[in-house]
Ligand binder design. Sequence first.
Ligand SMILES: Nc1ncnc2c1ncn2[C@@H]1O[C@H](COP(=O)(O)OP(=O)(O)OP(=O)(O)O)[C@@H](O)[C@H]1O
Ligand SMILES: [Mg+2]
Length: 319
Amino acid sequence: MSDAIQRTDLPFPLVARGKVRDVYDVGGDRLLIVATDRISAYDVVLPRAIPDKGMVLTQVTAWWLTRLAAAQPHHLIACDVDSIVAALPELAPHRDQVARRSMLVRRTTPVPVECVVRGYISGSAWREYRESGTLAGERLETGLTESARLSEPIFSPATKAERGAHDENITFADVEIQLGGALARELRDRSIQLYLQGAEIAHRAGIVVADTKFEFGVAQNGELLLIDEVLTPDSSRFWPADTYAPGRAQPSLDKQPVRDWLDSLGDAWDRRPPAPIPPDEVVRATTARYRELFERLTGTEPEAFADQPIGPAITSGGV
Ligand SMILES: Nc1ncnc2c1ncn2[C@@H]1O[C@H](COP(=O)(O)OP(=O)(O)OP(=O)(O)O)[C@@H](O)[C@H]1O
Ligand SMILES: [Mg+2]
């Protein structure tokens, strides 16, 4: 296990420090996206980082990009450290900060809609359904219980909230008004294809993809690229298939130790920053969860996948 990185400091202009990623403008219409080991829960970043988390997020995304036909075209140019340092020699003294957790990507203008796909009803969708019988504003089949499988996956978009705010669910009609019908349909259809392809692969590894979120961006040449992270434990709800049973909440394959610990604090934390500091055993259990997810899904250890001599075979249209 490597030391956890809470923030990076690299010799390029910082475009954004998100909840998890430090994003640098490295010129030539490219970004360097570095997944740190920061972890957020209830939209608040915890004061302690989780070793190996950034590596797992980056390598899981790279792994999916090589496997999902609907991922093309996407933003990834390179994610093995040798290729990145070859493209950006300024990073040579900073290999340790960059290795295994970074992606060199094509810079886009992100489409301001979170493309959520749900195959099962959970979280905010379950709350909406319980209250109004709808999902994303549209009426759903009756009689669903918590965590039930939907008869087909549903596109349930959300606005991209400003920092500190919660994303808000919107209807497909809202997306059509905001972005136009053609782009709205392309986002929906590609997101559902990605979900179906990913869920089938995960199913073979004993993992249920309950829901997930994709982001797309428009490249300088007008191409719509799949960007950001793809089918990671941070952007998805992954459930172990062997214990899945509708009618209750399911254990999640990633942040569950952190969530359980925070929930055990009850009213001692009001879910506003600053969050409390997770104890060692919670940090250790969370690292183990992220690693286990990677290994179950891919059949390899994240270090072994990341350090393949030529890097994962990434092909991106247009690069
Ligand atoms: N190819 C790309 N071009 C432009 N922006 C991108 C690209 N890929 C990812 N991003 C952006 O980089 C950021 C990644 O940072 P991070 O995931 O930490 O953000 P976050 O905390 O999820 O917050 P938010 O996604 O709401 O900004 C996101 O804002 C994402 O939209
Ligand atoms: Mg993000």
